[in-house]
Design a protein around this ligand. Structure first.
Ligand SMILES: NC(=O)C1=CN([C@@H]2O[C@H](COP(=O)(O)OP(=O)(O)OC[C@H]3O[C@@H](n4cnc5c(N)ncnc54)[C@H](OP(=O)(O)O)[C@@H]3O)[C@@H](O)[C@H]2O)[C@@H](O)CC1
Ligand SMILES: [K+]
Length: 491
């Protein structure tokens, strides 16, 4: 897992460590890691043209000290101060190393119009547009974990020049302007070519839309001792740890039997697709429960299934059920000891009494919005918040589908899976996921593990099926076995 912590957790860990180390040690560790990452990105330091955008806090300090290191290695480093306040020792260090420092026009309110703004200081009249336009890289040290979302007009104007001239931006700790603890981007923010962060990942590195603005994230170890993570992102190696691989004593029952209630006269295909997803997972057997004509279609596509009720280790209920949903029956199942996955129409059977056994629900943003009685766009703008809220209110594990899939457990644990491809937004892909996660539940994984492993395998299979081109849901199901094999071998 890649673990992310909240700003408060990071500040507490930093305070503990700083109390035991000489002043400035942590910032030097951060700046050194940042300088190394920048010079690796550029392929060289000598002669490189580096512009630092420096805000009022320690995020700017990191940028200034990294600039000092690069300047000592022969880079031409120019710092643009976007605030009256800036890290003084960092400025002195950069200047001593031969870097140039330009206050933003010297006034208490930095200029807001690019055309009228000039750099003051040692270089005299050089326009800051020219410094940025000619740079090999721009370093975003505007704000870090102390930042509020959004960019001030002067910062936005400077960032826009880099964008207009295609100059890559490296974000210090995170792209300035994003909401660090939620991954939301309610206002203007930097879009980085890559991000260098310190001590641990922050939530904005793992949760979209902010995660998409980070680019690849490099983590520099600065020695923080951290509590359990607020959010964890599942990685290749986790599949090896969590996947229920059968052993010599396994038989089809001990591997897990999944009961699937899906499909209807109106949507028979959903049952076929969900079955494909389920059979591609770890179960030993699948029992299909539904209308005869749908069972016939499912059996035609998958002769290995068994139609009709019997003992199962988990239920997956909902894909394409339409009006066939039997709410009373589903509620009865929810009261049993057997874990249940609810998807699509099955979600209508969920109530918030909390009177049920282990449940995994797999809504998209619109379905989650209906469960919570809010607008879809509200959920889309604050996905982490609403996934957590639904998990708490309904006492279920919520898998919220999206470019970053969020899996929030009722005990507060959150995982994310972000290996999906945009081509996966296609009819039936959710049915494959529901079948696959149901299969993992039946094989004995907890709702949190079943949801996170299922989402990750689904994303990996979609990448194989897509190869950067269009795909169908059935093709995704067809690649789950190969994705699983690759991940189990590679991890
Ligand atoms: N913690 C650690 O372990 C380590 C931390 N390190 C580094 O320190 C960074 C945190 O530094 P920090 O605390 O000084 O906060 P930081 O974000 O630089 O500045 C906040 C100030 O900016 C302002 N401001 C706020 N929003 C704004 C906006 N949208 N646009 C413009 N300005 C805005 C606001 O001031 P105000 O405007 O209110 O006067 C606020 O006070 C951290 O990200 C990492 O890089 C590493 O060196 C070592 C290990
Ligand atoms: K930043």
């Amino acid at each position: 897992m890649r673990h992310a912590h909240t700003v408060d957790q990071v500040r507490a860990a930093e305070a503990d460590l700083m109390a035991r180390l000489p002043e400035g040690t942590l910032m030097q560790r951060a700046a050194t890691g940042l300088a190394v990452a920048i010079s690796n990105f550029l392929g060289h330091s000598y002669g490189a043209r580096v512009v630092l955008l420096v805000g009022s806090g320690d995020n700017g300090g990191d940028a200034l000290y990294a600039g000092e290191i690069l300047a000592r290695r022969g880079a031409h480093v120019t710092a643009i101060l976007l605030s009256d306040k800036a890290h003084e020792a960092g400025i002195a260090a950069l200047t001593a190393a031969g870097g140039r420092v330009h206050p933003a026009d010297g006034s208490s309110t930095p200029a807001t119009a690019p055309s009228s703004t000039r750099l003051a200081g040692a270089a005299g009249e050089a326009r800051w547009e020219e410094a940025i336009a000619g740079a090999d890289v721009v370093v975003d040290g505007i704000v870090g974990i102390g930042g509020r979302p959004g960019l001030k007009p002067e910062a936005l104007a400077v960032v826009q020049v880099a964008v207009d001239h295609d100059v890559p931006i490296v974000a210090v700790d995170m792209p300035s302007g994003v909401d660090v603890d939620s991954g939301e981007t309610p206002a203007e923010h930097v879009k980085a070519a890559f991000t260098v962060t310190f001590g641990t990942h922050k939530i904005c590195h793992l949760v979209d839309p902010a995660a998409a603005a980070c680019g690849p994230v490099h983590l520099v170890d600065i020695g923080l001792e951290l509590p359990p993570a607020a959010v964890s992102a599942i990685q290749d190696a986790d599949i090896r740890d969590l996947y229920p691989v059968p052993h010599g004593e396994s038989d089809k029952y001990s591997r897990g039997v999944l009961g699937l209630m899906a499909g209807s006269a109106q949507y028979p295909g959903a049952a076929v697709i969900a079955t494909s997803g389920a059979l591609a997972g770890p179960i030993g057997m699948l029992r299909y429960v539904g209308p005869d004509e749908v069972a016939t279609a499912v059996r035609a596509a998958h002769p290995e299934i068994v139609a009709g009720e019997g003992r199962v280790q988990a239920w997956a209920i909902g894909s394409g059920l339409g009006d066939e949903l039997d709410v009373a029956k589903v509620r009865e199942l929810l009261m049993s000891e057997i874990p249940v996955l609810l998807d699509a129409d099955g979600l209508k059977a969920l109530d918030d009494s909390g009177d049920h056994n282990a449940v995994l629900v797999t809504p998209h943003a619109g379905e989650l919005a209906r469960l919570l009685g809010v607008a879809r766009k509200v959920v889309e703008a604050e996905r982490l918040k609403y996934a957590r809220q639904a998990a708490e209110r309904y006492e279920v594990t919520v898998l919220l589908k999206g470019a970053t899939t969020i899996i929030a457990a009722p005990d507060g644990q959150v995982r994310v899976s972000s290996n999906a491809t945009p081509w996966l937004a296609t009819a039936g892909a959710g049915d494959v996921l529901a079948g696959l996660c149901g299969s993992l539940l039946a094989a004995g994984l907890s709702p949190l593990d079943a949801g996170s492993v299922g989402a990750y395998l689904h994303g990996a299979a979609a990448q194989l099926a897509s190869a950067d081109g269009p795909l169908t849901a059935m093709q995704v199901a067809g690649k789950v076995a190969e994705a699983t094999r690759l991940l189990l071998d590679l991890a």
